[in-house]
Design a protein around this ligand. Structure first.
Ligand code: TA6
Length: 307
């Protein structure tokens, strides 16, 4: 039976089950329906999976072969990479200092692989506001500190996402993070992101740093960190739509697509799925400090228009 979590004059929010037939686990999610949009969120990972403003196709891509199993991240939507982005570069030092320790390698940190809980759901004529919380301590040897993450999601004509990171410990901590958005596109070859032109970037595939002299191509394997906090616009020339993303307190944009060869080796991307999205991630890819007892916030706002 469908569990109704909110039902008022403006919106309905119901509980849904997320799973793959082949999975032994299943996750609880939320389905949101408002005059301005439809959306889906997974409590596992606190992950937005779908955002469909009225009159538009879904803004977010979700793999048909996404896995809903503990210990894995859900492929698509907006995974939250926290408290570190990518591979943790403090790992080798830790292992050198603790030679007999078996360290679980966790790409992009643990927040996307833990169950979040609902703190509140509200709706008015402008949209639905959902607050999700994750708290913990000693979750990984590389990041043992006590913390609370408070994610505020506003689903209306746009999607506003705020991640407040509270350091509950008595020492300063370092974090890196990404709001790892998978944006649905007709095909990466039809996409331009003009605001990347002229920016300096680090190419993770070659290890080189450079400046983006010409319009970037999103086709094929690409994995770059652009140093900018400027607003980005993803223009899909085939679907004639613009996705505009404004970040808050993020120093980088990460552009990622695995390309076909790599995607074919990834069990949680359906065939040709990599030709349906580009990831453009509001991120702090370098370590940032959260002083003891303090809270730091990062955010993004995603809106879509026809062009
Ligand atoms: O943000 C880009 C990136 O760090 C790539 O290097 C690529 O690995 C991608 O994220 C996906 O990572 P995941 O752990 O979700 O497979």
């Amino acid at each position: 039976m469908t569990k109704i979590l909110l039902d008022n004059d403006y919106a309905q929010v119901t509980s849904i089950t997320l799973h793959q037939e082949s999975d032994k686990d299943c996750f609880e999610g939320l389905s949101i329906s408002h005059a301005h949009c439809q959306a889906k969120v997974s409590l596992y990972g606190g992950q937005v999976l779908s955002f469909k403003p009225e009159g538009h196709k879904d803004v977010l891509w979700l793999s048909e072969q996404a896995s809903y199993q503990e210990g894995k991240a859900i492929r698509g939507g907006i995974p939250l990479c926290w408290p570190w982005f990518g591979a943790n570069n403090k790992q080798s030092q830790y292992l050198a200092e603790h030679p007999n320790t078996a360290l679980k390698v966790v790409n992009h940190g643990f927040a996307r692989q833990l169950p979040w809980h609902i703190a509140s759901i509200e709706a008015d004529e402008s949209g639905v506001t959902l607050v999700l919380v994750l708290s913990g301590e000693n979750q990984h040897p590389l990041w043992p500190n006590a913390y609370t993450l408070t994610q505020t999601l506003f689903f209306g004509k746009s999607l506003k996402q705020t991640l407040a990171m509270s350091n509950l410990s008595s020492e300063d901590v370092q974090y890196s993070a990404a709001l790892h958005s998978y944006f649905t596109v007709s095909n990466p070859k039809n996409v331009s992101i003009d605001a990347l032109t002229g920016l300096s970037y680090h190419d993770k595939l070659t290890g080189n740093s450079s400046t983006q002299e010409e319009s970037v191509s999103c086709v094929g394997e690409i994995d770059r960190e652009y140093h900018s906090s400027e607003k980005m616009t993803v223009i899909d020339h085939n679907w004639q739509r613009k996705i505009e993303i404004k970040s808050g307190n993020c120093q980088q944009w990460v552009l990622w697509n695995p390309g076909t060869e790599l995607a074919d080796t990834m069990a949680d991307i359906h065939p040709q799925g990599e030709q349906e999205y580009v990831c453009l991630e509001a991120a702090n890819t370098r370590w940032q400090t959260i002083p003891a007892g303090e809270t730091v916030t990062i955010s993004q706002e995603i809106s879509v228009t026809h062009c």
